[in-house]
Design a protein around this ligand. Structure first.
Ligand code: PMP
Length: 405
């Protein structure tokens, strides 16, 4: 027998496979709507002007070295990141109740948060996390990796192409007390469907009544509305209500720093004393996992967060990205409803929020778009709005129109 003969061959990652198929396709009008990364109006990756500027400042700083960061990360990055999501005037921050640790982007924050819960959370019986149906697929593997079994709660209603609010609330009510619920802070991936403020308030009521734990994932702050504060509302509201919670934060999308792996985990504790104990154990876990987080991207973001002029520029850049995506939603909706008179209701295209839109088309229709029209999207009908631009949106709308007729 060979050494690895019991290792089964795993299937390739579906998004990765999609990108490879797109790249191999010679068709001149091919479109990639699979990838969850921002593209400009020429379908090119966009280095944010403020990131270029901050990098330039850093690289010209003679004091810049390549020493290790502290285990919990660059202090001015983690404190700035905490203020960004929780609000500069957050009482939880002022009271020293927030533990913030720099992580390997949002994925690493989810992992470290899940690992911490698997070690220290008082689960009510089995270790279970409730994930929205559907959710970012990686959530399943991240929790399973640390011995927490994912279950799903109703979230998306295919009939309305919107939120299954009643199902969501019922799942919160029916789950055993002290259950862990993963919540997308804004711009839900993959559906683009978020609860309204009133719905969040009711969700918080039930979460509190049932003593559940809120595991917030925020990978798109600023991407949903174009306004960083607006997109943090649900998280800040839950902190204000005193919900036991943590927040996984990524700067991949809103700073365009995908490959630099800049993120943070923020855990809000009831007291400063509890926060100190939690911080000590998160440091122990982090030490064995990565020793120290990477410094370059964190320095770039720290400079932006802590320099008022750069922060203002960043807000404008975020607004540019969100604005282009919102424009594409409006234009797609206009083409389908006013020009092509495509059968069906397409209002969800403009109601949904963030990078992704759930079109509501069937897996067969998704496959037909790829095979016939060279438009690459996941079979669940999710499209990345960032893949659309002024040059390809009509081609896409016409193909979508044909496929649903
Ligand atoms: N959570 C969600 C919901 C996401 O969509 C993503 C990115 N696709 C992430 C977390 C983490 O991404 P990253 O590790 O690149 O920050």
């Amino acid at each position: 027998a060979e050494t690895w003969d019991t290792v089964p061959l795993a299937p390739p990652d579906s998004i990765f496979k999609l990108t490879a198929a797109y790249k191999a396709d010679p068709h001149p009008q091919k479109i990639n709507l699979g990838v969850g990364a921002y593209r400009d109006d020429d379908s090119k990756p966009w280095v944010l002007p403020v990131v270029r500027k901050a990098s330039h400042i850093l690289l010209n700083d003679p004091a810049l070295d390549h020493e290790y960061l502290p285990i919990t990360g660059l202090p001015e990055f983690v404190s700035g990141a905490a203020r960004l999501i929780l609000g500069a005037s957050s009482p939880a921050l002022a009271e020293g109740r927030v533990v913030s640790v720099q992580t390997i982007s949002g994925t690493g924050a989810n992992h470290l948060g899940a690992l911490f819960l698997s070690r220290y959370y008082h689960f009510n019986g089995e270790k279970v996390v409730y994930l929205s149906d559907p959710t970012w697929v990686n959530h399943f593997a991240i929790f399973r990796n640390v011995g927490i079994e994912p279950k799903t709660y109703p979230y998306y209603d295919p009939k309305t192409i919107g939120l299954d609010y009643a199902g969501f609330v019922k799942a919160l009510e029916d789950a055993p007390e002290r259950s862990v619920f993963l919540l997308h802070a804004c711009a839900h991936n993959p559906t683009g469907v978020d609860p309204t403020e009133e719905q969040w308030a009711k969700v918080a009521d039930v979460v509190l009544a049932k003593k559940h734990y809120a595991f917030f994932d925020t990978a798109y702050q600023g991407f949903a509305s174009g306004d960083l504060d607006h997109d943090a509302k649900a998280v800040r509201y839950f902190v204000q209500r005193g919900v036991p919670m943590l927040v996984c934060q990524s700067f991949a999308k809103n700073a365009g720093l995908y490959g630099e792996r800049v993120g943070a985990l923020h855990l809000i504790s009831p007291t400063k004393e509890a926060a100190d104990r939690v911080r000590s154990q998160l440091s122990v876990l982090q030490r064995s996992e990565i020793s120290n987080p990477p410094s370059y991207g964190a320095r770039v973001v720290a400079l932006i967060l802590n320099t008022p002029e750069l922060f203002e520029e960043w807000k404008a850049d975020v607004h540019t990205m969100a604005g282009r995506i919102i424009e594409m939603r409006k234009e797609l909706h206009r083409l389908l409803t006013e020009e092509l008179h495509t059968p069906g209701n397409w209002d969800h295209i403009v109601k949904q929020i963030g990078m992704f839109s759930f079109t509501g088309i069937t897996p067969e229709q998704s496959k037909a778009l790829t095979e016939r029209d060279h438009i690459y999207l996941t079979v669940n009908g999710r499209i990345s709005m960032a893949g659309l631009n002024r040059s390809n949106i009509r081609y896409f709308a016409e193909a979508l129109d044909r496929v649903v007729r």
